[in-house]
Design a protein around this ligand. Structure first.
Ligand code: HEM
Length: 164
């Protein structure tokens, strides 16, 4: 773990972030914009699949997928910048690892949707109910991203508990 910590700390991103301390709050602002964009798009897409927002067609809601991807990429970039600035604060923090596990689950769930369900749902008439597997996936998606958001907010709190 110390090798990983040192590798992240001495990385170009880590050195650059610590040499420019105003970048950290700028990354925090970017992280909030990213999560707002991601959550906003996912809530519309997942609620549509779950049978709410029926005045919005499946295909119209899926037009938000690139928006969700953009939000996720903003959070990935700003999140990596946070970690490289002070890796010891996060790599020793169980809430951080739980959050990263949920980010991976959320990502795998999104890949499953893209390759297994997206085509079928796009072909559905708008008054048709989505198949149970797609509704399960939409519920799981909402659960994963809300937990990621809550764990993200609690990260600094758990860091102090973990003695970071
Ligand atoms: C994609 C990979 C992501 C990484 C590597 C990451 C990493 C981090 C890190 C290290 C922090 C702590 C920053 C600090 O010390 O102030 C943080 C904060 C946070 N993250 Fe993420 N995150 C990611 C994605 C997300 C996503 C997808 C969401 C929401 C859906 C999210 C929501 C939050 C929130 C709410 C905070 C608290 C910000 C604060 O109050 O200062 N993160 N994230």
């Amino acid at each position: 773990m110390t090798d990983l910590t040192e590798a992240l700390r001495s990385s170009f991103v880590g050195v650059f972030m610590r040499d420019n301390p105003d970048l950290f709050p700028a990354m925090e602002m970017a992280h909030f914009v990213g999560l707002s964009i991601l959550m906003g798009a996912m809530i519309v897409i997942d609620l549509r699949i779950l049978g709410a927002l029926t005045n919005v067609s499946y295909r119209a809601s899926f037009k938000l997928i690139p928006v969700a991807i953009a939000g996720f990429l903003i959070n990935l970039i700003s999140g990596v910048a946070f970690i490289c600035t002070n890796p010891a604060l996060y790599l020793t923090n169980w809430a951080f690892w739980l959050k990263m596990g949920l980010v991976v689950l959320g990502g795998l769930n999104a890949l499953w949707f893209t390759f297994a369900e997206h085509g079928k749902l796009s072909a559905l008439p708008d008054d048709a109910r989505a198949p149970a597997v797609a509704r399960f996936m939409a519920f799981a998606s909402l659960l994963f991203w809300v937990l990621v958001l809550l764990l993200g907010r609690l990260l600094p709190t758990f860091a102090s508990v973990a003695g970071g």
